[in-house]
Design a protein around this ligand. Sequence first.
Ligand SMILES: Nc1ncnc2c1ncn2[C@@H]1O[C@H](COP(=O)(O)OP(=O)(O)OP(=O)(O)O)[C@@H](O)[C@H]1O
Ligand SMILES: [Mg+2]
Length: 254
Amino acid sequence: MLKIENLSIKVLNKEILNNINLTINDGEIHVIMGPNGIGKSSLCHCIMGNPDYVISNGNIFYDKENLNLLDVAKRAKLGIYYLFQNPPMIEGVTNSAMIRAALTSKTGEHIDIFKFNKELKEVANKLNLDPSFIHREVNVNMSGGEKKKNEMLNLWMLKPNFIMLDELDSGLDVDSIKVVLNSLKEYIKKYKASLLIITHNTKIFDYLKPDYIHILNNKTIVKTGNINLAYEIEKNGFNEISKSFKISENKSYE
Ligand SMILES: Nc1ncnc2c1ncn2[C@@H]1O[C@H](COP(=O)(O)OP(=O)(O)OP(=O)(O)O)[C@@H](O)[C@H]1O
Ligand SMILES: [Mg+2]
């Protein structure tokens, strides 16, 4: 469903990523791990269509659409969602208003306010969020964990099929991790969504079983493997893995 071919990305005219190849089929869970500052979030921004991340080579396809030709709103309409590492604050706009506007834009349909509020409150309740949460300004004065839960609220309401989760687990306490990851598990089962997870933490795999782990280093995917690769990284670090990189390895999973 998502196919990245020979992708190179520049930010402020500096090359961040080079020759990325990645195919994520429907219902699959892929994980990208890599050192800080290597370009994991940049890849997500680029897939979502943030114009600061310029494609200098290659293509991104989603189903049959070439995403290179589509702006952020069109990509969101196709069902692509990026759960930010650092969700932005939007002063003066409530969660409820923001989600309703996004939903109207996505579906192009009139939204029944009573049905919408009822569903929003039910989702908030499942995420252990106070009902008043839906009337708070988007991410304003929210704790790190609340911001991540807020993103989950968006996800349940907007129902995307391809979701990029950028360090979802960071800032969540042990109970919140359970709530959020179980909610995510329930979501992907219900909507058959596929995931691209960015994480530094293998704890997430207690809840979600990845199909593939990709290691990003030196601007590209240097190795792809199963869950054991993540445990190997945890034990030995990224340098040992990257040293043994051969070009042929990054296509082995396709
Ligand atoms: N909008 C931007 N403007 C300027 N530089 C940027 C921008 N976004 C990313 N970069 C730079 O690109 C590089 C990759 O950053 P990115 O945020 O993608 O790393 P990351 O792998 O997600 O790291 P982390 O694990 O710390 O989240 C970094 O050197 C960063 O400073
Ligand atoms: Mg990042």
